[in-house]
Design a binder for this molecule. Sequence first.
Ligand code: BTN
Length: 247
Amino acid sequence: EAVEYGLDAPFEVEYHDSVPSTNARARDLAASGAEDVVVLADEQTGGRGRLDREWSSPSGGVWLSLLFRPDVPMAQAPAFTLAAAVAATRAAREVGVDAGIKWPNDVLVESDGDERKLVGILTEMEGEADRTSWIIVGIGVNANVGPEDLPAEANPTSLSAELGAPVDRRVFTQRLLELFEELRQDPEAAVAEWREYATTLGKRVRVETPNGVVEGEAVDVEFPGGLVVDTGDERVTVSAGDCDHLR
Ligand code: BTN
């Protein structure tokens, strides 16, 4: 059922029972000059994921998009995506779900070597090289949704599935926004904190980047968000791509 959010957030909140995509709605708001707004929905009918995938968003999740206008060059924008992953991970841990982050921003729960996805993040931005006009960080938390209501190929889990009981979405969302608000003030510190929750570091990875495949051991993450991979021959920093943990 719909939630009366009544959030006391550091952002203006626009709540929808149902909307095609909170990111799409936030883009419209960006075009009309808005800032520091969060668009929140109980259900999305056309949720979008990374790499043009669909993002299944039934009622019961926390589907939200943050629109803000940080005073940073565009190249630093990825740090805000990592900051959002840190905020979501901390919020999940605070309710008792032992989440970790797969580079750059998938929040997962690991058990018996299996990785189940709890949160996905889709960032969009616009601006010029030296000046960001806006950033939209879309965060999708499988909160009170049964994994059976989500596509199996995504290997999903949810807060309620992990805990065996639903969470209070208002409290969870409030905390997520507070944490993000704190982290966005200092993106370098957020990236440093990202390391603490990383499940990727120390693993063998295969990253499909726009310039080809990089395989090796993930050894570090660098501000504003590049993954440092030791291929055996050299250390390569990849700034974007789809990452698989090999073992
Ligand atoms: C991914 O892992 O592929 C990213 C998923 C991002 C989903 C969120 S839900 C709120 C916001 N609105 C969208 O349409 N997508 C993001």
